[in-house]
Design a protein around this ligand. Structure first.
Ligand code: UD1
Ligand code: PEP
Length: 419
């Protein structure tokens, strides 16, 4: 098992470019299954999750190849299968996003029930509610979900009890080929949903209102492949912004869209971090003094849950007390125990963590429990006194493209030790 070894205390300085968004490209790769001709996806990040979902759609008969460093070509002209196996779906929940396209394209889909993961049970009831509303028959059994629509799908009015990102995306992909009009109420409004809708429209879909609280879809008979540039990863960008702040550094994050990061920018400014936004990115400078601030995670446009762990790492070395409340997932404080091993002073009270800032963290061996918890430990290690050794870094490999290379280019003392 590989590990990361970080010697803390180095200021991050310089320029880093943000890669394409994991949470945009995964549904977009799934959506390419709808196309009867090849799609070219530019700014595709080199992530384990991209490899996993590529394996899933190859199981279904799609052909996937890299055209150059960051362009992925997906050819789903011939779909030969309708079943996504457990060993792939369990690796990455987002594999479940192939259900909507498969159902719409072939009238049948059999997908392994996605397990939960460290951050919560992560059910799929809203996905299935949407598919049934569109006319699919759903059968659960033997760890699989089967969806059948032999006569095709039809439009429907669907209300989501919670603005689930995945359910919104799965339903949009299914509705794109349904007969008639679908109205989706209370959908997720994340930028990644908008990017998916833009890709689907480039394929010939008729989707209006993505990014608002009502989305309308006019079903069409066929979708063709399209060329699309994936939006920058706002969570990767936010992670490097916190990296600059926690090391009292000075980092220009190229390609960052701060429009997608308003709550993170606002909270970093409240904490005393200097932020200069421009059309090509954002400059983040530490000011030598960090104030604690309170955060509460919410669906977009609220503070993103995917930035909660990273921000908590920052608050562990700020002056004062911070209350961090996680409202989206029921178990997303797995990083707390590991940060406490490094000397952080954190108490969990229900869905909130009370963080008392300490002067400095101490490097030590810690374990990544999930993707963003791992990112938080990297940030803590960059600021800590001494050496931090992070194990189980396969979690981190899911969502950060060339993390070690990018941090090294900013002056971090970090090595990946092959285990
Ligand atoms: C690949 C991808 O895009 N992952 C993101 C996506 O995950 P994902 O799409 O899984 O997250 P959801 O928005 O669906 O989940 C949010 C909440 O809704 C609940 N829920 C979800 C579906 C459902 O059918 N029933 C239900 O109750 C979940 O348990 C969770 O408590 O959005 C999350 C919330 O922004 C992010 O943290 C993830 O990084
Ligand atoms: C939770 C995340 O991703 P996933 O939904 O793929 O687990 C994340 O990106 O923080």
């Amino acid at each position: 098992m590989d590990k990361l070894i970080i010697s803390g205390g180095k200021r991050l300085c310089g320029t880093v470019k943000v890669s394409g968004a994991k949470n945009a490209v995964l549904p977009i790769i799934a959506a390419a299954l709808l196309g009867t001709s090849p799609s070219r996806l530019m700014e595709t990040p080199r992530l384990d999750d991209v490899r996993t979902i590529s394996e899933v759609i190859e199981c279904l008969g799609a052909k996937v190849r890299w055209e150059d460093t960051d362009t992925l070509v997906v050819d789903s002209s011939d779909i030969t299968g309708c079943e996504a196996p457990y060993e792939l779906v369990r690796k990455m929940r987002a594999s479940f996003l192939v259900m909507g396209p498969l159902l719409a394209r072939t009238g049948f889909a059999k997908i392994s029930l996605p397990g939960g993961c460290a951050i919560g049970t992560r059910p799929i009831d809203l996905h299935l509610k949407g598919f049934e509303a569109l006319g699919a028959e759903i059968v659960l059994g033997h760890g699989y979900v089967e969806a059948k629509a032999p006569r095709g799908l039809h439009g429907a009015r669907i209300y989501l009890d919670f603005p689930s990102v995945g359910a919104t995306e799965n339903i949009l992909m299914a509705a794109a080929l349904a007969k008639g009009t679908t109205v989706l109420e209370n959908p997720a409004e994340e930028p990644e949903v908008v990017d998916l809708a833009n890709f689907l429209n480039a394929m010939g879909a008729k989707i209006r209102g993505a990014g608002t609280n009502v989305i309308k879809v006019e079903g069409v008979n066929e979708l063709r492949g399209a060329t699309h540039t994936v939006i920058p990863d706002r969570i990767e960008a936010g992670t490097y912004m916190v990296g600059a702040a926690i090391t009292n550094g000075d980092v220009y994050i190229e390609n960052a869209l701060t429009e997608h990061l308003k709550p993170v920018v606002a909270k970093l400014k409240e904490a005393g971090v200097r932020i200069e936004e421009d059309i090509n990115g954002v400059r983040v400078q530490g000011t030598g003094f960090l104030r604690t601030v309170d955060i509460k995670t919410l669906p977009y446009p609220g503070f993103p849950t995917d930035m909660q762990a990273q921000f908590m790492a920052l608050m562990t070395v700020a002056h004062g007390t911070s209350i961090i409340t996680e409202t989206v997932f029921e178990n997303r404080f797995m990083h707390v125990d590991e940060l406490k091993r490094m000397g952080a002073n954190i108490k969990i009270e229900g869905r909130s963590a009370v963080v008392e800032g300490v002067p400095r963290l101490q490097g030590c061996p810690v374990k990544a429990t999930d993707l963003r918890a791992g990112a938080a430990l990297v940030l803590a290690g960059l600021a800590a006194e001494g050496q931090t050794e992070i194990s189980c870094i396969h979690h981190i490999d899911r969502g950060y493209d060339n993390l070690v290379g990018k941090l090294k280019s900013l002056g971090a003392d970090i090595e990946r030790v092959i285990g």
